[in-house]
Design a binder for this molecule. Sequence first.
Ligand SMILES: O=c1[nH]cnc2c1ncn2[C@H]1C[C@H](O)[C@@H](CO)O1
Ligand SMILES: [Zn+2]
Length: 362
Amino acid sequence: MSRLPTLEEIRAVPKVLLHDHLDGGLRPSTIVDLARDCGHTLPTTDVDGLASWFREVSDSGSLERYLETFTHTVGVMQSREALERVAAECAQDLADDGVVYAEVRYAPELHTSSGLSLDEVVQAVLEGFRVGSAGPDGRPRIRVGTLLTAMRHQARSMEIAELAVRYRDVGVVGFDIAGAEAGYPPTRHLDAFEYLQRENAHFTIHAGEAFGLPSIWQAIQWCGADRLGHGVRIIDDVAVSGDGEAKLGRLAAYVRDKRIPLEMCPASNVQTGAAASIAEHPIGLLRRLHFRVTVNTDNRLMSDTSVSREFASLVDAFGYDWDDLQWFTVNAMKSAFIPFDERLALINDVIKPGFAQMARRG
Ligand SMILES: O=c1[nH]cnc2c1ncn2[C@H]1C[C@H](O)[C@@H](CO)O1
Ligand SMILES: [Zn+2]
């Protein structure tokens, strides 16, 4: 099929999402509702105006400024009802976009300012995902696993890691650290990572987004991360000569040889200045070099994006075809934190047949 995939067609194929923040994906109308209920003051209560505000402020070119916008999402996610609603709508929105498997992350410690305990936060989010994943016939339209995030500038990672292990059999599939990267190396949380390794638990680390190779190196070689959140700066360890031949440094070679998944989030990276544009995003070269690249949304609200839109922008920039999109999707499914047999079943019974059906249509 020579014609390139369209946005509408991309929406129809089964997709997988590994890096999406619950507090970065609220519907603007829900923020307005919840803010009214809990007395939180927003920059504007006009729904369209609020959507534009998030997108525009997030376009600052700085991760720190980008993260400031979360005051207005986290601020309205402080009750059990609010957390359940946001999680349920998240599952519905992802399913509507054709996502069949998602790992959605959030930081429980950010949702306790009105008195919820960490356990209550986790239980509310799990309940929201349970409700939101069900279709009209009661059968699940999407499978959602959650990742519990600890904030890298705080000192609660051990507590959050223990929480993740406590809820591992009821929907929590892993752990993460997030927040401003510069000045907060992942090794600050080494005890939490060592604990998770002893517990045979899975974790990813935001690394190589706003800070370079040392952050990626620490995340992998000191902390033992299974995956890298973003990881875009791995490109700094790849030299491309005039004739297009690429030479990998030791760290880049390690990441590729070990098939360490890169959770790339192109639109978010352009907004925070981690990449100059989609066309110049390192994903193009990393895909060509067969790193284990996956495509993600990061924060759908801040970037006004979805998995389908991320794919469509890559089709536009790099001319990707259905084989490329299936390759990204299978990469993501292989890299998920659920058991191997369940990943394989989704690949063979859902993803491959879904892409094959699209190929026949073309
Ligand atoms: O792209 C990101 N980099 C680092 N931290 C991030 C990013 N997107 C969201 N966060 C932070 C802000 C949220 O409040 C927190 C938990 O989801 O994670
Ligand atoms: Zn992120």
